[in-house]
Design a protein around this ligand. Sequence first.
Ligand code: SAM
Length: 313
Amino acid sequence: MATLSLSSRPLTFLRPNRTKPPLHRLLRHKPLASSSASALTPPTPRADPSSTPDPDPTPLFLRSASHPVPAAALASFRRRAAALVPPSAPHLHRHLRWLLADATADPSSDPALLRAPLDDLEAMWTRHVRERRPFQYVVGNEHWRDLVVAVREGVLIPRPETEAVVDMIRKVEGFADGRWADLGTGSGAIAVAVARELGHEGRVFAVDVSEVAVEVATLNVQRYGVQGKVEIRHGSWFEPLEDVKGKLMGVISNPPYIPTDDLPGLQPEVGWHEPKLALDGGKEGLEHLLHLCEGLSSVLKPGGFFVFEALAI
Ligand SMILES: C[S@@+](CC[C@H](N)C(=O)[O-])C[C@H]1O[C@@H](n2cnc3c(N)ncnc32)[C@H](O)[C@@H]1O
């Protein structure tokens, strides 16, 4: 089993027989090594997240606290919610505390002012416990580096190990005034984090083929006020970068890299709910990475960098 994330709000990719953590690399136009396939756990039934869209995609903690409920009703919800937690899942009690913290403007007031109707909270909690919907999708955000990144179904929840790519490129000489591309930007977490470190001339081109990702990344870029430094571009990998060919100091990417055959063995929070487009790396998990490596030389300026996340080999 390899764990890809262990944060305050954990989400893991479970892959039997994979023992190494993901690899982050900092390369100067170097080729890639391959990874090996693994055995699978039996397929698990798949929820269909598209059939139950979020009534409100705004992160819970950003919604207005406009739903008064008697403190006794809130306490009763807390007891009912806690009673749903199986003994084998103590982390769910922690999630319940976080849910209430995000949902309540002033927990000591009576009536309590909630950011969503109590019935909605009840439904959100039930989906988390019964359908294994990731907690991050329930509350609509993930804590990542020093950011609180908005997320929702259709966009990958950024993982803590991906934080390392930002630390890596910050060390590159000339980083702050360089032009960078974040290919497969998803929530835009990398692009926003990089943009906040850039100098006056620095820019990030954040590319994703997913419309949901483009929407969520746009929201995160706006929330952090880095519109002047991040350009979000919709399209496949290098396609939207024609105008900056040969001008980039570096390309950063956390492309989909789970081998297709491993997808059915992912833990339900991931396999049932996170977008296949963000996970499926094709046979051996290298399809997208190899495509990126092939195209790098056309967009990088001489001496440019490629920083990426991949499975360990
Ligand atoms: C593993 S996720 C990474 C998301 C984000 N960068 C992060 O680290 O949280 C991979 C991303 O690549 C995007 N993607 C998949 N195929 C793509 C393509 N052909 N062109 C651009 N982006 C693509 C997915 O939509 C997804 O957002």
